[in-house]
Design a protein around this ligand. Structure first.
Ligand code: ATP
Ligand code: MG
Length: 449
């Protein structure tokens, strides 16, 4: 992408009303624009990151055996009356009336709708297990929308729903999602810890929140430091096999949110030197809730003996529009964002130090074409601007590598690579630049961790 042809409205000034680093940086880097309280447009740079996050989530959901579909944002009130949640949900629900005065709502979650799809088509135990998911916009009229897209009113959510014949199978479905979540966050470069959680209005008795430790997080959490060093299951993990050993390994160490923590239990379970009592950002939440929706909504299948069985369900949420700021909270410095390669809007930026100079333009254009041909996701700063401004922008928007070429280097046949994370610089022959960048970037894509 040529920056001269792109839409990147970076702000020079620090927005005053933005309280946390990720919100400030998302505004400054031209990633989002607020349209009303809790409602945001995702501008091209932000949208590109959001789509990379979404793609990782989808790949890991698919790997675990979940199947993607798409349900509408607008739902009928009658469906929610069947589960009893239409009245129970309260003011967080945005209620809508159509021209025929029929009642609708902008979905805050999709248990009812997916249960309706299930009961319409699935009739036999032979069709189980089943896990259906979508990535769709939700609306919750939050009392206090804040921190940009971290807590907004309209937000994107990946929500998956599992259907099983009994509790034992449903727990296996839960374990598959648990492992898929471990892999999902790790691929984004995030350390997210599964913690015992309260089930809230969705209900149920087995639940984990996925927490990224951050001082700006809204939840107080208590956990064992050794969880930070646990290994992540690899891409060859067998989702058709027994995942209980992995689940037990992760859940054997203490981790709980403030709603669930029992201080005596925490102190007994975790030796003092391993205790972390900190703040965290909830980036995901998974539940097993049995027959809470299938029972009132009559989602049943015929079992092996011909009897009707009410299915056991679970639901599994991740908010990509919250994950993006959570990644920024974890990866930034004074100069701006420091994206992990796997979610970076561009993997590298080619900086032409003297745009307008015919020789320099020709050399940069050629290098840009070669970098693209090598499969690197490139930004090309070809604007007619001073070097200082270009470096500032590149640092602010957090591109992992800068490849810098100007008239002096050109004469010597050399370019420079700057590593955004460490500030390290290396000078190398222009002819070696493509291979070197490829060698740096490819292992960090984490497509096969
Ligand atoms: P919170 O306690 O932060 O309000 P929740 O428990 O209401 O979250 P869930 O219903 O479990 O959230 O939703 C699943 C995921 O959706 C959350 O883990 C989070 O990543 C995301 N999410 C929920 N509410 C919001 C919001 N207002 N803005 C952005 N993302 C959200
Ligand atoms: Mg909430």
């Amino acid at each position: 992408m040529r920056l001269s042809r792109y839409f990147l409205p970076v702000l020079r000034d620090v927005p005053k009303d933005a309280e946390i680093a990720s919100h400030r940086l998302m505004l400054r880097a031209g990633m989002i624009k607020q349209q009303a309280s809790g409602l945001y447009s995702w501008l091209p740079l932000g949208y590109k990151v959001l789509m990379k996050v979404k793609a990782i989530i989808e790949e890991e959901q698919n790997r675990s055996g979940a199947i993607e579909l798409m349900m509408p944002t607008i739902q009928s009130a009658d469906l929610w009356r069947e589960s009893g949640r239409y009245d129970a949900y309260g003011k967080e629900m945005l209620r809508i009336e159509d021209r025929h005065e029929r009642e609708f709502l902008y979905g805050p979650t999709n248990e009812e709708m997916v249960t309706d799809i299930f009961r319409t088509y699935v009739k036999s135990y032979k069709d189980l297990p089943l896990n259906l998911y979508h990535v769709q916009w939700k609306f919750r009229d939050e009392v206090r929308p804040r921190f940009g897209t971290m807590r907004s009113r309209e937000f994107l959510m990946k929500d998956a729903y599992s259907f099983d014949l009994n509790k034992e199978d449903a727990v296996k479905a839960y374990e598959r999602m648990f492992v898929a979540y471990l892999r999902t966050y790790a691929r984004m470069g995030l350390t997210a810890i599964p913690m015992r959680a309260d089930t809230g209005p969705i209900g149920g008795d087995l639940s984990h929140e996925w927490i990224v430790l951050a001082d700006t997080g809204e939840s107080a959490v208590f956990c064992d430091r050794r969880l930070l060093d646990k290994s992540i299951p690899g891409p060859d993990v067998d989702f058709r096999g027994d995942l209980k050993p992995i689940f037990n390994d992760w859940t054997s160490l203490y981790a709980a949110t403030e709603e669930m923590v029992d201080m005596a239990e925490y102190e007994a379970a975790v030796p003092e030197e391993f205790r972390i009592s900190a703040r965290g950002i909830e980036v995901g939440h998974i539940f097993y809730f049995g027959t809470k929706y299938s029972e009132p909504m009559k989602a049943t299948v015929t079992g092996p003996d011909g009897k009707e069985i009410t299915v056991h369900m679970g639901s599994y949420g991740v908010g990509p529009t919250r994950v993006v700021p959570a990644i920024i909270e974890a990866f930034h410095d004074e100069a701006g964002i420091v994206w992990p390669v796997s979610v970076a809007p561009f993997e590298a930026v080619l900086i032409n130090l003297k745009a307008g100079d015919a020789e320099c333009d020709a050399a940069c254009d050629k290098l840009y074409a070669e970098l693209n041909a090598a499969g690197l996701d490139m930004l090309y700063d070809d604007r007619d601007q001073g070097a200082g401004a270009k470096f500032t922008t590149a640092d602010l928007i957090g591109i992992p590598y800068q490849i810098i070429l100007g008239p002096r280097g050109l004469k010597a046949g050399e370019a420079e690579i700057k590593h955004r994370k460490t500030g390290e610089r290396e000078t190398l022959a222009i002819a070696d630049a493509v291979a070197r960048l490829k060698g740096l970037i490819e292992p960090q894509r984490k497509t096969d961790i």
